[in-house]
Design a protein around this ligand. Structure first.
Ligand code: UDP
Length: 292
């Protein structure tokens, strides 16, 4: 594992640190000598290093674009020297404002205007996808692109605006649960363990090379209903309050109204299906915050 802990936490790998088959390096993917050395020792690269969270992206657009584009460029260039398989983490955000739900991998991407910083994240990830596929086509580098749909579970930080850790923390503290916008926007949350299994299955499937896959859970919930669910499961007396997007993010902020994956492609190839539903995910996150 290579991580600069820019948004991660060393505590999250406490349980792995003594394991004989686990190695980690605290550094950045743009430290090329370190990256080259680690690549030599690896069979497969799971490239997950990127700026994370809409809040951070709106607040630090330069960092987002530079990090996401340059980081992937460096990883692909070095992996190509040794022809190591690279699984590139992209995002459901690339579907943008498209209303063609459920989203299929071959669908059009619908971005907003460049003056709205949110879309910089989707565009930077779309460039990552283009670059990885270009390496595959032109230089025969084995690559697999995955588009993640709201991956969640215990140990996810709420610090970068993510909704589930924030709602759970607020509910347990008896603070208002903050729904942004009118709460009718929806998401499909995917358990992190299901995502990990999907990544490993794809990396072991030669027919996945050169392809793009959604990894998600087809079950959709509105953010308003999610707030109610968290309130009920925690037994919280918190109020649910609605905060306009302009205040939550920035003036003129555009959200994605719905985000639902079509997972038939990955299901057909490696038999992927989500195994953990939203209530179980929420229970795990609630226990995690209670134990802290
Ligand atoms: N959201 C919210 N309250 C919060 C944090 C997020 O209502 O305290 C909303 C956010 O506006 C979005 C959804 O929850 O519509 C999911 O947000 P998140 O940042 O978790 O992921 P995104 O889908 O935006 O990548």
């Amino acid at each position: 594992m290579l991580d600069n802990l820019s948004t991660g936490s060393i505590e999250n790998i406490d349980h792995l640190r003594g394991h004989p088959r686990f190695h980690y390096t605290i550094d950045t993917v743009t430290n090329e000598p370190v990256l080259a050395e680690l690549l030599d020792r690896s069979e497969v690269v799971f490239h997950l290093a990127a700026a994370v969270g809409v809040k951070k992206i709106v607040e630090e657009p330069v960092h987002t674009i530079e990090n996401n584009v340059h980081g992937t460029e460096v990883v692909l260039r070095h992996a190509n020297k040794k022809k190591k398989l690279v699984v590139v983490a992209s995002t459901s955000e690339v579907y943008g404002k498209s209303e063609a739900v459920p989203f299929r991998e071959d669908a059009d991407l619908v971005m907003g205007p460049t003056v709205k910083h949110r879309w910089a994240y989707a565009c930077s990830k779309a460039i990552d996808e283009f670059l990885a596929l270009a390496y595959h086509k032109e230089k025969k580098l084995p690559v697999i692109i995955i588009r993640l749909f709201n991956t969640v579970g215990p140990r996810q930080s709420g610090q970068y605006g993510m909704v589930i850790p924030n709602f759970v923390r607020q509910a347990l503290a008896g603070q208002p649960i903050t729904v942004f916008g009118d709460g009718t926007q929806s998401r499909s949350f995917t358990y992190v363990g299901d995502v990990v299994r999907a990544l490993v299955a794809l990396a072991n499937e030669p027919r996945a090379v050169g392809e793009v896959f959604n990894i998600g859970n087809g079950r959709e919930i509105t953010i308003g209903a999610l707030a109610e669910r968290v309130k009920r499961l925690t037994g919280s007396a918190s109020d649910i309050v609605y905060i306009p997007y302009d205040q939550a993010y920035e003036a003129g902020f555009e959200d994605m109204p719905r985000r639902v994956p079509d997972i038939s492609k990955i299901n057909a190839l490696v038999g992927y299906a989500p195994t953990v539903d939203l209530d179980e995910i929420l229970q795990g996150v609630i226990e995690y915050f209670r134990s802290r």
